[in-house]
Design a protein around this ligand. Structure first.
Ligand SMILES: [Zn+2]
Length: 133
């Protein structure tokens, strides 16, 4: 191993700079510099999308639902909110070691299991690549 501080030779220590990063930090498990670009909060553009989509669905269904079509506003809002949070959580796991801080905060054994799954998947990918060569 070239660097003593490096946790494993399979971990890629290169820094991947992402455009428009919101949060820069070091991975607590492997020490690789990371950044998060996504936000879990709804933006002004999302609110406009929610309004337009809900109003369109309301107009389409007005003939048979009438005023009950207003139910589309909270349903579409919840759908957007759910999607933004799912999208944000997909950005959190480390690309180098598979450490997920959200799972670590909730359930440490589950976070450990996810890291083991990441490494077993990475090892199988590496063995497939070496068989190809
Ligand atoms: Zn990491």
């Amino acid at each position: 191993m070239k660097n003593k501080n490096h946790i494993h030779e399979s971990v890629d220590p290169r820094v991947f700079k992402k455009k428009g990063s919101r949060l820069d930090f070091l991975c607590p498990l492997c020490g690789v510099s990371r950044s998060i670009t996504k936000n879990f909060k709804l933006t002004r553009a999302n609110h406009i999308q929610i309004s337009v989509l809900s109003f369109t669905l309301f107009l389409i269904s007005y003939s048979w639902l009438g005023g009950a079509g207003l139910i589309y506003f909270p349903v579409v809002f919840c759908g957007f909110e759910f999607w933004k949070r799912v999208d944000y959580k997909r950005d959190i796991p480390c690309e180098s070691c598979g450490f997920d801080a959200m799972w670590y905060k909730k359930d440490v054994p589950k976070a450990k299991q996810l890291v083991h799954e990441f490494w077993s998947q990475k090892k199988s990918n590496l063995s497939v690549k070496s068989e190809d060569n």
